[in-house]
Design a protein around this ligand. Structure first.
Ligand code: NAD
Length: 472
């Protein structure tokens, strides 16, 4: 049995003041694997005090010093890459394929922030004035369970680049991943108090971060519902807020796309992180005239290329859902899809054969879906793809934008120029053309209810800085 009974405050691993203990449960077996002792409001306040104290000197460090910390962090994380990947697989059932990619992305994200910092001017001439870009202060970082350490690295490397200090509250379902990440930050030799990690519940530690006046900014990744609670609470002390929220991303297959290539790739976009990804391409928009052909290719691809199974296996695409609750939620949406009259193309309710012990959902596709159905509008956060037919390009754009979200989109076309023209008409923070890709320097974030603000590169860095103009 594992016992996670420390938090990381002011440069030390300490026993929390909080006494609540919750179980760690394996998503593969649903058996208890250990316990975690959670932090509380007092722990959060102590962490904020440490970060405030550290800010006095860390905010004055030079660009070169911060670059050295980031380089050290990169080297430490590189050395623990295997541990970081393995614990994702073990703790929440992230597939080995996805988890390995996340670990590699963490390293490229740090490198990208080092490059951004090298090129960034903290004093800029604007008009006849000088503008100083000053670190915003102590940042409260609140994180979901679905790619926990990836988000921590993105946000903390930006905070360090800006000269901010931070208190991180990871999800209570990511404490084992966090423990290794806290060890990495400790080994990177940052001054005490610069980075603090407090495990705890959202309505305890998260709520204290939201209201604590010592925190100047909140960087949140999570659901739109919780993002709204945080934004409302943060306004009392006028905290700056960046919110990375949910999505229901469209994937538009244009009529000149090579379907044999595009459709299997589209399934990978839909089933990214077992479907538990904000950026998953879960609405597949296909030309009406090609619907039957797409259905046939998609059904065959699920049967032949989408393995649902043990997340440790290197060829698994869909692992278990993080928890029993998440499993029930996804199953419920499959029932809703059937009730709404969508056609079940493959998958459906119930666990796949031989995987009854874990939180496994069948890789599921509904076809002939109307965009106003709940399964086309609401974020399911599981391996459920909906195929929606469209009449022409204008109709595809209208359907793609007919959502409260606007995080991500995908377009497949034989003509890149045409795909770019369509991209210019979509309301989404990121759009991938003819594949899945990540760019550690390009901005990431949402239109509409997918969020506020951007992460990565210069757009991300500026969110951690307060411009101060000096005139005359
Ligand atoms: P969640 O919103 O339930 O929880 C996120 C974090 O907020 C957790 O640490 C939780 O403990 C905390 N929290 C909960 N209630 C709180 C409160 N009242 N005050 C302060 N903090 C509180 O999300 P989740 O289930 O952990 O993650 C899945 C969601 O995250 C999905 O909606 C997904 O789309 C979204 N997400 C978005 C992005 C993005 O970059 N846009 C990335 C990953 C996940």
């Amino acid at each position: 049995m594992k016992a996670i009974n420390k938090i990381y405050v002011n440069g030390e691993f300490i026993t929390p003041h909080g006494t609540e203990v919750i179980d760690l449960i394996s998503p593969v077996t649903n058996r208890k694997t250990g316990e975690v002792r959670l932090g509380d409001e007092v722990d959060t306040q102590n962490a904020v005090s440490a970060a405030k104290e550290a800010f006095k000197t860390f905010s004055k460090t030079t660009k070169e010093e911060r670059i050295r910390y980031l380089e050290k962090l990169h080297s430490v994380i590189s050395g623990r890459a295997k541990d970081l990947t393995d614990i994702m697989v073990e703790e929440y059932g992230g597939t080995f394929q996805f988890s390995s990619m996340v670990t590699q992305n963490m390293l490229s994200d740090i490198n990208a922030m080092i490059d951004t910092l090298k090129a960034f001017e903290f004093v800029q001439a604007v008009g006849s004035s000088k503008v100083y870009l000053q670190p915003v202060g102590v940042v409260g970082i609140i994180i979901p369970w679905n790619m926990s350490n990836g988000f921590i690295v993105t946000k903390l490397s930006t905070a360090i680049a800006a000269g901010c200090t931070a208190v991180v509250k990871p999800s209570e379902m990511s404490v084992q991943q966090t423990e290794i990440m806290a060890e990495c930050f400790h080994a990177a030799g940052l001054p005490k108090g610069v980075i603090n990690f407090v495990n705890g519940l959202g309505d305890v530690v998260g709520a204290e971060i939201t209201r604590n006046p010592g925190i100047s900014k909140i960087a949140f990744t999570g659901s739109t519902a919780v993002g709204k609670i945080i934004a409302k609470g943060a306004v009392d002390s006028m905290k700056r807020v960046t919110l990375e929220l949910g999505g229901k991303s469209p994937n538009i297959i244009l009529d000149d796309a090579n379907l044999e290539e595009a459709i299997p790739t589209a399934l990978l976009a839909a089933y990214l992180n077992s479907g538990q990804a904000c950026a998953a391409g879960t609405r597949l928009l296909v030309p009406e005239s090609k619907l039957e052909e797409v259905n046939a290719i998609a059904k065959a691809a699920v049967a032949n290329q989408i393995k649902v199974g043990d997340p440790k296996d290197s060829d698994t695409i869909v692992g278990p859902m993080v928890s029993k609750k998440q499993f029930e939620r996804v199953e419920n949406y499959i029932r809703i899809g059937l009730e709404e009259g969508a056609t079940l193309l493959t998958g459906g309710e119930g666990k796949p054969k031989g995987l009854e012990d874990g939180n496994y959902v069948q890789a599921t596709i509904f076809t002939n879906v109307k965009n106003n159905m709940r399964i086309a509008q609401e974020e399911i956060f599981g391996p459920v793809l909906v195929i929606i037919p469209y009449k022409n390009d204008d109709d595809a754009v209208a359907i793609a934008n007919d959502t409260t979200y606007g995080l991500h989109a995908y377009i497949f076309s034989g003509d890149k120029e045409r795909a770019y023209r369509m991209a210019s008409r979509l309301d989404a923070g990121r759009i991938c053309i003819n594949g899945l890709s990540h760019d550690s320097k390009a901005p990431f974030g949402g239109f509409k209810q997918s969020g506020v603000g951007r992460e990565y590169g210069i757009f991300g860095l500026e969110e951690y800085l307060e411009p101060k103009a000096i005139l005359g």
